[in-house]
Write a protein that binds this ligand. Structure first.
Ligand code: TXA
Ligand code: MG
Length: 316
């Protein structure tokens, strides 16, 4: 009798049309066979995600890309060569085999090849592309550990334990135009890095680009979160948790999570969602304060996530 390891079990579930939460290098995904519309429908149901918000399809080989999209020009090859496997999603014209439910009826599909070995093995052994959004309830904090998935989506068919993710925020999403690439969502792969391969088409502001599901509120903790430079804060810190980057003004807070000892923005990205989860779960904390950073390089992706996490609370 053969004993199946967890990836084999998970792959069997995927083939049977069930849902599997699995680690990627960015955040945990809630995956289903991308070519099975009934399985994909369960993702929307379990995540309580509106049907207008399209899913990213995860692949493990360039061969799979060719099946899923209509054509790939030279720029796509250059980008995949440099950034795949890795946290870059490309939105490309879809082929007929991609069900409409995956793309919310759009003629394009978002595709990426993750670099996490468990994710790649899962896709290979399942022998199909895997559609997967982040494995959180719609609008809530993204999961960077299996425990975060269990907290929000306990009733998923299977969760693969893969430790803490190494990037910590979702992939950069781009689309190609005649002039170059546009960024639909900022991530750890920055505009500057992408520009070394393809020109940046920055004529339209990111807020004006059409990426369904890019709402003003997202990544939202259940407790009030404010972006604030803690030195200028005029409020009771005794029940507040500080997500600290500079490490400079930490006095008076109930708890402090320092996201980087070496003041590296990549560490902020890696630890930001985990810090939000930790304060959300902490009975002593009523308010979360997140320290802002400069909006250059990875700072753009960090401030994007923080603003969306803050949005509903600013209105309140
Ligand atoms: O790192 C990631 O990208 C993670 C991991 C699991 O791979 N996935 C992720 O998926 O962040 P999700 O569903 O949370 O975000 C996907 C977003 C959608 O909200 C939408 O804005 C954009 O990708 N997207 C997907 N397909 C698109 C399309 N055809 N056109 C424009 N935007 C698209
Ligand atoms: Mg998400």
């Amino acid at each position: 009798m053969s004993i199946l390891n967890s990836i084999d079990v998970a792959a069997k579930y995927i083939r049977e049309g069930k849902l599997v939460a699995f680690p990627t290098e960015t955040v945990y995904g809630l995956g289903a066979n991308a070519l099975d519309p009934m399985a994909v429908a369960k993702i929307f149901e379990l995540k309580e995600r509106p049907s207008f918000d399209p899913l990213i399809v995860h692949i493990a080989s360039i061969h799979q890309l060719q099946d899923l999209v209509l054509n790939t020009d030279e720029r796509v090859h250059k980008l995949t060569e440099k950034f795949w496997p890795g946290p870059l999603t490309m939105v490309l014209p879809k082929s007929n085999i991609v069900p409409d439910i995956v793309t919310s009826g759009l003629p394009t599909v978002g595709i990426r090849m993750p670099s996490n070995e468990i994710a790649l093995d899962l896709i290979r052994i399942s022998d199909c592309p895997i559609a997967a959004p982040s494995a959180n309830k719609f609008g809530r904090i993204s999961p960077t550990t299996a425990a975060h998935v269990r907290k929000q989506i306990p009733n998923v068919d299977y969760i693969i334990e893969g430790g803490k993710t190494t990037v910590g925020i979702e992939s950069t999403i781009i689309k190609l135009t005649d002039k170059g690439f546009q960024i639909l969502r900022n991530g750890i792969i920055t505009q500057e890095e992408l520009e070394t391969v393809v020109p940046f088409d920055g004529e339209t502001a990111i807020e004006k680009l059409s990426a369904p599901g890019m709402l003003k509120s997202h990544y939202s903790p259940r407790k009030k979160l404010l972006i604030a430079d803690s030195s200028s804060l005029d409020l009771d810190k005794s029940k507040a948790g500080l997500i600290s980057f500079s490490g400079e003004v930490e006095n008076g807070f109930c708890k402090v999570i320092r996201v980087s000892d070496r003041k590296d923005l990549k560490d902020y990205a890696v630890n930001m969602f985990e810090a939000m989860h930790s304060f959300e779960d902490d009975n002593e904390i009523e308010l979360i304060i997140a320290e802002p950073v400069c909006e250059t390089g990875v700072g753009r992706a960090i401030m994007d996530r923080l603003r969306k996490a803050e949005f509903n609370w600013r209105q309140a």
